[in-house]
Design a protein around this ligand. Structure first.
Ligand code: NAD
Ligand code: UDP
Length: 334
């Protein structure tokens, strides 16, 4: 199959592209390196000399080139990872996020429509559920934005629903919970220099000695130990979910939404303790005040994906903590 991967130099997109190439698909990655490095593409190119193409392009700004790319490559499906994802930055620079995330998606849909490419997998996020009172959260829960980043994901999902209802494209929107770790080859991993907002890359920065200690954002939440609870999911499980979604999308029409999570809730303190235990590294931390916009608890009801996609997460928290550290430790970081 020919797969166009947007944002394929990033953490999740590059891991997906790598696995797709391993499965003998032909892959064209588009990225503008706004939150990634060319080294990521070179790593993939060095292994998969056949079947892999890359075009540097800004989806939001280079519409003509995008149309041309889609026309020449003629993908069977597009997997749309490209987007900016830093919640804090989105609050201080809303226009940047609306411009980049929403305009990119509109341009992509238009380029697909013009070239009659019908199938799209979209990277959505659990952030669209806001501070849901339903835990674990089913796909039917109310949508609520807690940040500009969240608003852009909701806007794109709404646009995709309307375009899919009208019949131009079929969409599977995957709402990721908290992806961590690296795949079996440990070649692609979340760059701790590039993604300093999320918990796992920050733990890794402490493990590497870049940061002295980790700040825990609040220990006064109504959770098992007072720190925030999330649904961490191994990147390999997350990527498997995409291949299940690809199988499914060719048998369906319209727009479907699936949570990709484990259904297990883990606190910040539990994650730190597991990381310390499996990697034998101490992670000093101190309690700091709550981060604005954070919710106390957010974990998935993944039963729809199990029922319809025949997918469920296989890896546990220890695997995630080990595989998050080994990739960085063994290969260093760019
Ligand atoms: P990432 O930043 O590592 O990768 C995103 C890639 O998109 C980067 O390589 C960036 O350069 C590229 N990009 C951004 N804007 C672009 C544009 N206008 N044109 C071309 N390329 C552009 O992020 P990631 O963690 O791999 O996330 C991938 C997707 O998954 C994003 O849409 C993100 O919102 C979503 N998501 C991620 C998480 C997470 O915790 N990592 C959770 C939920 C949802
Ligand atoms: N967190 C923390 N310290 C950090 C980064 C994150 O205590 O340096 C907490 C955060 O408050 C939340 C959890 O870790 O409870 C996961 O945060 P992350 O940003 O990784 O994911 P999200 O909040 O987007 O689900």
């Amino acid at each position: 199959m020919k797969i166009l991967v947007t944002g394929g130099a990033g953490y999740i997109g590059a891991t997906f592209a790598f696995e797709a190439l391993k499965n003998n698909h032909k892959v064209l990655v588009i990225d503008n390196f706004s939150n990634s490095k060319p080294e990521q593409i070179l790593k993939i190119k060095n292994i998969f000399k056949e079947n892999f193409e890359f075009t540097e392009l800004d989806l939001a700004k280079e519409y003509r080139q995008l149309i041309n790319c889609v026309e020449v490559f003629r993908p069977d499906i597009v997997v749309h990872f490209a987007g900016l994802k830093a919640v804090g930055e989105s609050q201080s620079n809303p226009i940047k996020y609306w411009d980049n995330n929403v305009i990119s998606s509109i341009n992509l849909i238009k380029a697909m429509a013009i070239n009659k490419v019908k199938k799209l997998i979209f990277s959505s996020s659990a952030t669209v559920y806001g501070d849901s009172k339903f835990q674990p959260i089913p796909e039917t829960a109310e949508i609520k934005s807690m940040s500009v980043y969240g608003s852009t994901k909701i806007a794109i999902e709404n646009m995709l629903s309307e375009v899919a209802r009208e019949g131009t494209i079929d969409v599977v929107s995957l709402r990721y919970f908290n992806p961590v770790g690296s795949h079996k080859e440990k070649l692609i991993y979340e760059d701790p220099l590039n993604s300093p907002n999320n918990l796992m890359p920050r733990i890794i920065r402490v493990a590497l000695g870049i940061d002295k200690e980790l700040k825990i954002y609040g220990n006064d939440y109504q959770t098992k130990d007072g720190s925030g609870e999330r649904d961490y999911i191994h990147i390999s499980d997350l990527i498997d979910g995409h291949f299940s979604a690809i199988d499914f999308i060719f048998k369906t029409h319209g727009k479907k939404i699936f949570n990709l999570g484990t259904g297990k809730s883990t606190s910040v303190i539990e994650l730190i303790k597991t990381f310390e235990l499996v990697n034998s590294i101490e992670i000093p931390f101190k309690i700091s005040k709550r981060r604005p916009g954070d919710v106390a608890i957010c974990y998935a009801d993944p039963s729809l994906a199990k029922e319809v996609l025949d997918w469920q997460a296989k890896y546990n928290l220890s695997d995630m903590c080990m595989d998050a550290w080994v990739g960085v430790k063994d290969h260093g970081f760019n």
